[in-house]
Design a protein around this ligand. Structure first.
Ligand code: ADP
Length: 445
């Protein structure tokens, strides 16, 4: 390359010196130099023209024949073009392989930009959602899947867990959406047909709900007889008295269990006991504390702190169940004389309901499992604490209905803190602007 430029420079200098020499001999120095420069310019211009013509044809034909620097330019560009063509072909082959393999997937894959507009999808996603190429390209996904649940899931970026909804394209089909953000917050969405699983899950829920409901009547009868027996317990032999007492305790426990199961079934099937409304948090906590003291008062110190001006948007009965479950747990799992702090704090992110105790605490390895149905850390504690193992599962479902989440911090032997984080859209306080509250009300309706 260096040599080509050296040769070109030598040729140029030689031509220049030759013209100068001839000019000096014949007395036309400037005319000859001018003609030489003009010739050079015309030649350069001609080569440039050939180059331009060749490039305009995308270099499809062979490069023009030339020597020197221009010859090298033509060769280099031609070589680069060949290299580019090769890598383009390789990329096209790789893309075709990816297309082939993704269309063989039974799960749908969708790529959408950071605003949620569709960019690409595989065959399964097209079939599951009824997407048509190229009509639906650049359409917002929320225009294709037009359900309030999906709109909430997508616009509020609740991608921590998957969403199961009915297919917009096929009636009776249920789809599971799982979204991951990548690159510049673009969306990678997996869609799966979970109709069979959904039906099985529905059967399970129906069975639990029906069985619990059916158990209620015989239990009421048994409890009635036990109460009658209890009234005449003094006339019963001592062994029988103990038996009646045990039966009463167990039937009370069973009643609690059935009530919790029915509540959980209602929560799981999204049957709302009452519609979402604004409630004063301080009043709600006051009621919960009063009834918690009735439930268990073994010298516990129950203190609470909540701003009287703050309100929360949700179902009263559901919020009552969730908050009272946490307060009752704090009482159940703290020794007599334990301290329990209940607080409600509003910050720029929303509101936090917090129950802190200095009781037994929980081993960290059990914390992720606490909200599972029937999970109890120490099953042996069952009889003295009269738990069902459903309380925290109820809390989780209630918080899910309220776009909120549960945080658990605990140290074995030192106590636990259960915090419920509510989004700003569900909290009103004179200090907080209220624009988002309208949005959640609109979505909920
Ligand atoms: P339960 O009816 O057994 O209380 P929950 O679902 O409410 O069921 O709680 C699940 C388990 O979590 C409990 O059995 C208990 O072991 C543990 N737990 C819940 N709250 C606390 C707490 N405040 N302190 C210690 N352990 C707790």
């Amino acid at each position: 390359m260096k040599r080509i430029w050296q040769a070109a420079l030598i040729r140029l200098t030689f031509g220049f010196v030759f013209c100068l020499f001839l000019g000096m001999i014949f007395g036309y120095t400037f005319t000859l130099l001018f003609l030489y420069t003009l010739g050079l310019l015309v030649w350069q211009f001609y080569e440039l023209y050939r180059f331009h013509q060749w490039i305009r044809r995308s270099g499809r034909s062979l490069p023009p024949d030339s020597t020197g620097v221009w010859g090298d330019v033509f060769d280099t560009v031609s070589r680069l073009q060949k290299k580019q063509k090769k890598s383009k072909k390789r990329m096209q082959q790789a893309l075709a392989r990816i297309e082939e393999s993704t269309s063989a997937l039974s799960d749908g894959v969708i790529m959408a930009d950071n605003t949620g507009r569709l960019e690409w999808w595989n065959k399964s996603a097209g079939d599951l959602l009824g997407l048509v190429k190229p009509v639906d390209r650049s359409q917002p996904l929320t225009n294709i899947v037009r359900t309030p649940e999906f709109f909430r899931y997508f616009s509020q970026k609740r991608f921590g867990e998957s969403l199961v909804i009915q297919s917009p394209a096929k009636e009776g089909t249920y789809l599971e959406f799982q979204t991951t953000l990548y690159a510049k917050n673009d969306h990678l969405i997996f869609v799966r047909d979970v109709t069979r699983l959904h039906l099985l899950e529905q059967m399970r829920k129906d069975f639990v709900a029906n069985a619990s409901h059916e158990l209620k009547t015989p239990l009421t009868v048994i409890k009635g007889y036990l109460e009658t027996l209890d009234m005449f317990k003094d006339s019963l032999p001592e062994r029988m008295q103990k038996g009646v007492h045990n039966m009463s305790t167990q039937s009370n426990r069973m009643e609690l269990l059935i009530e919790d199961l029915l509540l959980l079934s209602r929560l799981e099937s999204n049957q709302r006991a009452d519609s979402d409304q604004w409630h004063n948090v301080s009043d709600l906590i006051q009621v919960i504390c009063d009834s918690a003291k009735v439930f268990k008062n073994s010298g516990h110190f129950l203190s609470w702190d909540a701003d009287e001006e703050s309100t929360i948007y949700g179902s009263y009965s559901e919020l009552y169940s969730a908050f009272s479950n946490l307060v009752v747990n704090a009482l159940k799992y703290s020794p007599d004389g334990g301290e329990i702090d209940i607080s409600w704090q509003v910050n720029h992110e929303g509101g936090v309901f917090c129950v802190q105790d200095n009781g037994l605490g929980i081993d960290p390895r059990f914390i992720p499992r606490l909200t599972e149905r029937f999970f109890r850390v120490d099953k042996g504690r069952g009889s003295d604490t009269a738990g069902t193992g459903l309380g925290l599962s109820i809390v989780k479902h209630v918080l899910h209905h309220h776009d909120s989440k549960l945080d658990i911090n605990s140290q074995l032997g030192f106590g636990s803190t259960f915090s419920c984080h509510f989004p700003r859209s569900r909290v009103k306080h004179p200090k907080l602007p209220t624009h988002e509250t309208q949005e959640i009300q609109r979505n909920a309706s």
